[in-house]
Design a protein around this ligand. Structure first.
Ligand code: G4P
Length: 291
């Protein structure tokens, strides 16, 4: 699985991001609550070094609430301020300026001590494409801000947007490329639709999703596809057989058949992936925090 990011783009995007960091107090990093670690780029740590960091678990509405809470606790243990949000409806968004304001209390106190009047809290939203950066900016701004293309390294004039009484936000988010640290990370990104469809092998992604559902969400799986209870305790040995059986049952139940009546595995795979992405299987988190 590859993605078209050219080294030149990356280097330029990185330089620009470092330049923009100089203007801001707080870096607001967005991740997808369904795949928090897989939707991050570790370069943020380098680019945002010395800045206050707020990590937003966005699309919380699409994820498993219990696991999102575990992720929030995990990130807090790592020293981040973490906060859940659903930028589409705005749930959790109005609290963000207050959270940011609390994070800048030390900086403001120092300035006041020296007799300066502190400026508004200046924030930059960053994250990989499709994680919800523009949606969050629009929510915080209370209006629609024109979206620039997801092309790192493209210079555009940027402006400060007022968000609440205490915060100013750069109108153009920082775009990071996803980091394919491993094949598994690529599969997480593909499963949620974070990377382009023409790069994908639907069958591999469907199998990846099914494996997680068998282990963690068997009842949602059988409910959606009207299957007998799925054997939760599938060992690695019989997991392959179980997956083939599931493909057959799902394909048959949903009419994904070829001429002659055999199962069309490509269509069945696409159905499973789209059902996951469209929340037809429920609010399910794919990636769990390390214990
Ligand atoms: P980006 O700037 O980071 O590239 O992402 P963008 O805001 O364009 O959001 C990408 C998609 O994710 C959009 O859906 C957006 O509505 C959706 N989205 C963003 N935040 C949330 C959230 O917290 N919860 C949910 N459920 N969805 C969210 P789309 O289908 O591509 O566009 P649209 O039809 O919603 O306009």
């Amino acid at each position: 699985m590859t993605i078209q990011w050219y080294p030149g783009h990356m280097a330029k995007a990185r330089r620009q991001m470092i330049e923009r960091m100089k203007q801001i107090d707080v870096v607001i990093e967005l991740v997808d609550s369904r795949i928090p670690e897989a939707s991050r780029n570790p370069l943020v740590d380098e680019m945002a070094s010395g800045k206050s960091r707020l990590l937003i678990l966005n699309k919380a509405d699409m994820a498993d609430k219990l696991i999102t809470q575990k992720w929030e606790n995990y990130y807090e243990r790592q020293g981040y301020i973490a906060h859940q949000a659903d930028s589409r409806t705005g749930k959790g968004v109005s609290a963000i300026p207050e959270v940011v304001h609390r994070m800048t209390a030390g900086r403001r106190a120092k300035l006041e001590q020296k007799g300066f009047r502190p400026h508004a809290d200046r924030a930059l939203i960053i994250g990989i494409p499709n994680v919800g950066k523009s949606t969050l900016i629009n929510r915080l701004a209370g209006r629609k801000i024109a979206k620039i293309g997801d092309r790192p390294g493209v210079t555009t004039a940027q402006q400060w947007i007022r968000a609440g009484n205490t915060m100013e936000l750069l109108d153009t988010p920082g775009i990071l490329w996803p980091k394919f640290k491993s094949h598994e990370v690529g599969l997480y990104l593909a499963a949620t639709g974070a990377i382009k469809e023409d790069l994908l092998d639907f069958q591999e992604i469907a199998v990846f999703i099914l494996k997680i559902l068998i282990r963690r969400y068997p009842s949602q799986l059988s409910e959606r596809y009207k299957l007998p209870p799925v054997n939760r305790s599938a060992t690695d040995e019989n997991e392959q057989d179980l997956i083939v059986a599931l493909f057959d049952q799902i394909g048959r139940n949903r009419g994904c058949l070829m001429k002659g009546g055999s199962i069309d595995y490509d269509r069945t795979s696409e159905l499973i992936v789209r059902d996951y992405r469209n929340q037809k299987l429920g609010h399910l988190t794919l990636q769990t925090p390390p214990v």
